[in-house]
Ligand binder design. Sequence first.
Ligand SMILES: Nc1ncnc2c1ncn2[C@@H]1O[C@H](COP(=O)(O)OP(=O)(O)OP(=O)(O)O)[C@@H](O)[C@H]1O
Ligand SMILES: Nc1ncnc2c1ncn2[C@@H]1O[C@H](COP(=O)(O)OP(=O)(O)OP(=O)(O)O)[C@@H](O)[C@H]1O
Ligand SMILES: [Mg+2]
Ligand SMILES: [Mg+2]
Lengths: 256, 256
Amino acid sequence: MGRVFAIVNQKGGVGKTTTAVNLAACLAAEKKGTLLIDIDPQGNATSGLGVDKGTVEHSIYDALLNHLPPGNLCISTQLPCLELIPSNRQLSGAEVEMVELEQRESRLRFALEKIKDGYEFILIDCPPSLGLLTVNSLAAADAVIVPIQCEYYALEGMSQLLEVIRRVKRNLNPYLRVEGILLTMADGRVSLSGQVVDEVKRFFGDKVYGTTIPRNVRLSEAPGFGKPIILYDGFCAGAEAYRQLAKEVMNSGHVY
Amino acid sequence: MGRVFAIVNQKGGVGKTTTAVNLAACLAAEKKGTLLIDIDPQGNATSGLGVDKGTVEHSIYDALLNHLPPGNLCISTQLPCLELIPSNRQLSGAEVEMVELEQRESRLRFALEKIKDGYEFILIDCPPSLGLLTVNSLAAADAVIVPIQCEYYALEGMSQLLEVIRRVKRNLNPYLRVEGILLTMADGRVSLSGQVVDEVKRFFGDKVYGTTIPRNVRLSEAPGFGKPIILYDGFCAGAEAYRQLAKEVMNSGHVY
Ligand SMILES: Nc1ncnc2c1ncn2[C@@H]1O[C@H](COP(=O)(O)OP(=O)(O)OP(=O)(O)O)[C@@H](O)[C@H]1O
Ligand SMILES: Nc1ncnc2c1ncn2[C@@H]1O[C@H](COP(=O)(O)OP(=O)(O)OP(=O)(O)O)[C@@H](O)[C@H]1O
Ligand SMILES: [Mg+2]
Ligand SMILES: [Mg+2]
């Protein structure tokens, strides 16, 4: 039974896509059947895996609005155990188009029921907002992974995010829980970074992953080559950190 | 007649709020009557100016949905010539609530007609999306300032953003134009940064501001103290760059 993780934070630029792409790649490298779903209209996870959004005919939009079975939407990637359901331009209209529909918040959940058993992990890369695409992801997920950048503004949105998670858990998905808080772009030379880390650990306790992702320029170079970090530079600090995170996620072994 | 600038980019974390807060502060320091509007439900511009979102009774939400005159929503800040219309929690429901309303895309435009003459500059800090709040800002604006982070993913969304600007110009606001492209978080030590800068200059030509904002940790520390950079550390590279930008904006003198 596949474990579905939504990678969520309405604050922009905190490392959601970088985490989705690289955690998925590291899980696949450990021979775990993994599916990455790009539900962000920007489509960064799609291009981060080297897929040209412009040539993508079908995307997750078709599962949400055109009743296409999600199994038909999965495409292969450079890694054998990793598949992708891409994003494309159509997705930018999805939120407005879905407002009037029946069960508008649970459409992704119903779609994933059909394919959940085919993978060990399903990761969903969310846009920087708490709109219908993110709510659909929370309704479909078993658990949430929350990347938090080690900066002041990134702390601000936490209570709003937890409120939305609580609301989804109450109304749409009673099993939803917070799998882990991931500290990203941590910079040992910057005192602010350390202060934010302390604050996050105080607020979230043992929900914070032992792995912290350091600021590492190789992580921001890799998308330009359409490669996850383990294929772009497998020996850098960024690749090591995401391998470490994949181990933590694999070992967290909640019973589903 | 106040010039209205929307600060827009659907890519998250590229420096929209940092630019809105610090450009507004530098314009005010030059004795230009300036209003900053925070239309992002995250409310980072509000707290970046030291205002507690939790105690804010009325926000821009009230001008969009409750017909409150925007003049009643302006609050003073630490700088004499700078006022703020804050954001608060209510704003996170605004996009869904506005979908059914008449003239849903032009509500901010109508609201600002009443106060535009009271300021020399009005800046609108937008959320990281192209939804109704951003479209309202584009419909209300004379021009758009687009911060672009010097990283690969930040380049990807440019064509989508330009498409939305064209659409708003065609259907809602024929005077809308791109005032300038601002390169942010430029890091001279990183080769990727230089490549992105070249690419942006090739794509946008003379629309790119001469001023580039360097990556400068003081800019990310200042919000923790609720201060714009010129009040937190007026001599750092970040403060100097935003003063420079303010001069460019003041001198661009388009006829409105
Ligand atoms: N640990 C890191 N070290 C250095 N750069 C990083 C790191 N993680 C992410 N980046 C870079 O920072 C930028 C923001 O990261 P990313 O796009 O993954 O964030 P996001 O939360 O998905 O953004 P959005 O909110 O727009 O979806 C990107 O340019 C990315 O390459
Ligand atoms: N020039 C800079 N140097 C260093 N840090 C910066 C710089 N500009 C912004 N930052 C920091 O980077 C992070 C992202 O910036 P900011 O929040 O202004 O972006 P944004 O585009 O408004 O994000 P969002 O998409 O969430 O609204 C913040 O923590 C901010 O303090
Ligand atoms: Mg992303
Ligand atoms: Mg912002």
